[in-house]
Design a protein around this ligand. Structure first.
Ligand SMILES: [Mg+2]
Length: 231
């Protein structure tokens, strides 16, 4: 009855903000050595905010966090008078660090067990690289908003996942931390939903998830209850 499970990545399998902040600091140090006027004028936070301003001004690329980072860096370089700025090299510094995530303790053992029983895939709005992170052995495939061209909660990423899984939406469970992107998006696409609520947040309102868990360690019990019709 349940054929596959799709997982959000950031804040579902690891804490994303510590790793992003560290990546921003490392990039800032790298810029200081090569293009010092950029970090003199822009703090790491201001460079991040520049990404947000570009996203607001250019909604057609707002789903592509790699593009936003590169464009923000390029803009900052132009404004500070660097005409031969290497945005790709700068972004690479950020990107390596951004993928140095620390999985929540229960994540790998849980995914390894689930992968023996179900097909697993990841669906992310971010630009994490599942291969660099070392989860490509448990996920059959990974989709993100950059490749899909549209971010969750739009249905496209969920629909593409079902097609690739050769499954109907009702046979797929989506697991994620974001009430809007993950729960509402997947529910609208016809999937079952599990809200990962690690910090005891209140549900923000609207249609609730089919199940709520505090960590992935609780996921197997939810699936068993659904499979046996007791949930
Ligand atoms: Mg998330």
């Amino acid at each position: 009855m349940i054929k596959a499970i799709t997982f959000d990545l950031d804040d579902t399998l690891w804490d994303v903000w510590p790793v992003v902040e560290r990546a921003e600091r490392l990039l800032h140090d790298w810029l200081a050595a090569r293009y010092p006027r950029i970090p003199q004028r822009f703090s790491p936070l201001e460079l991040r905010e520049l990404c947000g301003e570009i996203a607001a001004a250019r909604p057609e690329i707002a789903h592509d966090r790699t593009r936003l980072r590169k464009d923000a860096l390029q803009l900052a370089a132009t404004w500070t008078g660097y005409l031969d700025f290497d945005a790709d090299a700068a972004f690479a510094v950020f990107y390596i660090a951004r993928n140095a995530v620390e999985l929540f303790a229960e994540v790998r053992p849980t995914l390894e067990r689930l992968a023996q029983r179900y097909t697993l895939a990841s669906l992310s709005n971010g630009n994490a690289d599942v291969g660099l992170i070392g989860l490509d052995d448990v996920f059959s495939f990974s989709l993100n908003a950059i490749e899909t061209g549209v971010a969750k909660p739009e249905p496209l990423m969920f629909e593409l996942a079902c097609r690739q899984l050769n499954a109907r939406p009702g046979q797929v469970v989506h697991v994620g931390d974001d009430p809007e992107h993950d729960v509402r998006g997947a529910a609208n696409a016809g999937m079952r939903t599990v809200w990962v609520n690690r910090n005891g947040r209140d549900w923000p309102g609207g249609l609730r998830a089919d199940a709520e868990i505090g960590s992935l360690a609780e996921l197997e019990a939810v699936l068993v209850a659904w499979e046996t019709g007791s949930g």
